[in-house]
Structure formats: structure tokens, C-alpha cells
Write a protein that binds this ligand. Structure first.
Ligand code: SAM
Length: 288
């Protein structure tokens, strides 16, 4: 959709586009292919006007010179989409219910789940509701969800756990009543995740392009709808990093439009957008 502002913008020159393309690729793995010039021009011109820079060069120098990294994050926010929703790609949550959670119910051990690229939080809150529904409220004692994203802006929203009522459509009524509080007064028309649900999720900033901190291994990692921004070599590196943080027998869930075809990952294909690290006892015998 074009805003009135879009029509006023000057297209980026080829060398300006090339600079942004290189910066976005090197720092975030973002693959701005040729053909994205108009989109990039529109979004950056908006940023340049918003912050009162006089030229592209001035804006660019500011971004690369900002040692806090915040301007870079704002740039990535402008160039990517944070679109998400509760129970997005429901096949994944049906899979959890059918195949994973019954296994975990028997196991009785800690449940650590990583939602990588969690955006505004709908994904980790959905995971929390799913686990609590299937394993019961007592599972809260052993459930921890690490939810990460590169963007501090989305993480702030996610941590608040407040959403307008029209975003709650995907949540079944009984779960809405059980896990959410309806806002009143200034907050009418909004819902907030109950404190005990928010307490299950730790939000942290993490760039999937960088070496991972000491986290995991996890029995389940969600990394959905972010790899579409990466080219194959970057996807390869990210999938390898994620695989390294999966426990044997653990699952990696990707977005349904993100195929791991052409990527060397060592995971077993389970069903569309679900991959499993081979359990350790099924490892191949060494050859000699
Ligand atoms: C479209 S949202 C996906 C949200 C959620 N996983 C889902 O499927 O609904 C993509 C998210 O990836 C984040 N992102 C983009 N590049 C990233 C990177 N290099 N490391 C971590 N997160 C990144 C964006 O900030 C955005 O919130």
C-alpha cells in the first residue's frame, strides 16, 4: 500500500541502494535482491524525513557511526516486516499437541523452548498456552520459553504482553478467559497476558547472524518466517547454529514457506516445516 508520502520520495541512486544492501547483508543477513529498490527507497526516505536528515549520506553516516547499534536496528525494522499472529500456522500447534506434548507429559523433565525471531510475542504466548492446555497448570513449574528477536522495538511490545482485542481472534474463547485479562478504562479493547503466563517467557535481544550465546540445548526451537529474508549461504549458517542448540531428538520448526531444501542440515524431515535432530541412540555406527 502506498502512503501519500511515498509519492514524494526520491528513488535511491544505484550506489546508495548498493550501500544499504551491503550493510543489511553484513549485519543482519538480509538479502535485498535487485528489484527491491522501490521498497527500500520508500521506507528509507520515510526514515530520513522522520529523523530530519538532509541527505541519504547524512543518514547512512549516522547509522554506521551509531555505536549503540540502535539506528541499525531501526533500519532493519524499516526493511523487514514484523507480521505475526496468535496460532499462526496452526499445523505446528496441532503437531505439538499430537506428537510432542504427549511425549513430554511422560518425561516429566524441564521443558525449555526457544522462539527465535519472536517479533511482538504472539508466537511465544501461543506456545505457552499450548503447553499449559495439554500438560496442565502444573507444567508451569517446568516450562521456560526463551523468546528472542533482533528488534528492541518488538521486544518491548512482546514483554508488555498487551494486544488489541482484534488481534486475539485466533485464540479459542476458553483459553482467552483462562490466560488473558480484559482491559478496562483506558485499556478497554485490549487484553493482557496474565502475570503467571508472562512469567514463563524471557525476552532477549539476539541477532541470528551472530555467534549464539550460551543457550540450550532445547527440545524444541521455533524459527519461523525469518529465514525468508536470508540468502542460502546465510540460511545454511543459521540452520547450523540452531541445530547445534537442539538436543538429540529435538525439533526445529520453520515457516511453511521456508524450505530447507538445498541446505545441508543433518536433520530428519518429519512433516512440512518440521525437522528433527536424530536421537543420539540412532546415530550411525562409526565406520572403519
Ligand atoms: C515476520 S516476523 C516472524 C515472527 C514469528 N516468528 C512468526 O512466524 O509469526 C520476522 C522477525 O524476524 C526478526 N529478524 C529479522 N532479522 C533477524 C535477525 N538477523 N536475527 C533475529 N531476528 C531477526 C524481525 O525483527 C521480525 O520480528
Amino acid at each position: 500500500m502506498h502512503t501519500p508520502d511515498d509519492t514524494m520520495c526520491r528513488p535511491l541512486k544505484a550506489e546508495e541502494f548498493a550501500k544499504i544492501r551491503r550493510l543489511a547483508y553484513d549485519t543482519f543477513g538480509l538479502d535485498l535482491r535487485n528489484g527491491k529498490e522501490t521498497l527500500v527507497s520508500t521506507r528509507l526516505n520515510k526514515k530520513i524525513r522522520e529523523y530530519g536528515f538532509r541527505s541519504f549520506d547524512e543518514y547512512y553516516r549516522h547509522v554506521v557511526g551509531d555505536s549503540t547499534g540502535e539506528s541499525l536496528i531501526q533500519l532493519i525494522d524499516a526493511l523487514t516486516t514484523n507480521h505475526t499472529s496468535f496460532f499462526r500456522e496452526p499445523a505446528h500447534f496441532q503437531f505439538l499437541k499430537r506428537a510432542v506434548l504427549p511425549e513430554w507429559a511422560k518425561r516429566g523433565t524441564a521443558i525449555d523452548i526457544w522462539s527465535a525471531a519472536c517479533s511482538t510475542g504472539e508466537e511465544p504466548y501461543t506456545i505457552a498456552m499450548c503447553v499449559l492446555e495439554e500438560l496442565g497448570a502444573s507444567a508451569a513449574g517446568r516450562l521456560r520459553i526463551l523468546a528472542t528477536d533482533i528488534s528492541t522495538r518488538v521486544l518491548e511490545k512482546a514483554e508488555q504482553g498487551i494486544y488489541p482485542a482484534d488481534r486475539m481472534d485466533g485464540i479459542p474463547g476458553p483459553q482467552l478467559r483462562k490466560y488473558w485479562l480484559r482491559g478496562e478504562g483506558d485499556w478497554s479493547g485490549h487484553y493482557r497476558a496474565k502475570k503467571e503466563v508472562r512469567a514463563l517467557i524471557e525476552f532477549r535481544r539476539l541477532n541470528l547472524m551472530e555467534a549464539l550465546p550460551q543457550i540450550g540445548p532445547f527440545p524444541l526451537i521455533f524459527c519461523r518466517n525469518v529465514m525468508i529474508y536470508f540468502d542460502k549461504p546465510t540460511q545454511q549458517r543459521v540452520v547450523q547454529r540452531l541445530t547445534g542448540r537442539l538436543e538429540p531428538g529435538g525439533y526445529l520448526l520453520t515457516g511453511h514457506s521456508e524450505s530447507l531444501t538445498g541446505i545441508d542440515h543433518g536433520l530428519e524431515y518429519v512433516q512440512p516445516a518440521v525437522y528433527r535432530k536424530p536421537p543420539s541412540d540412532s546415530r550411525k555406527r562409526p565406520q572403519w
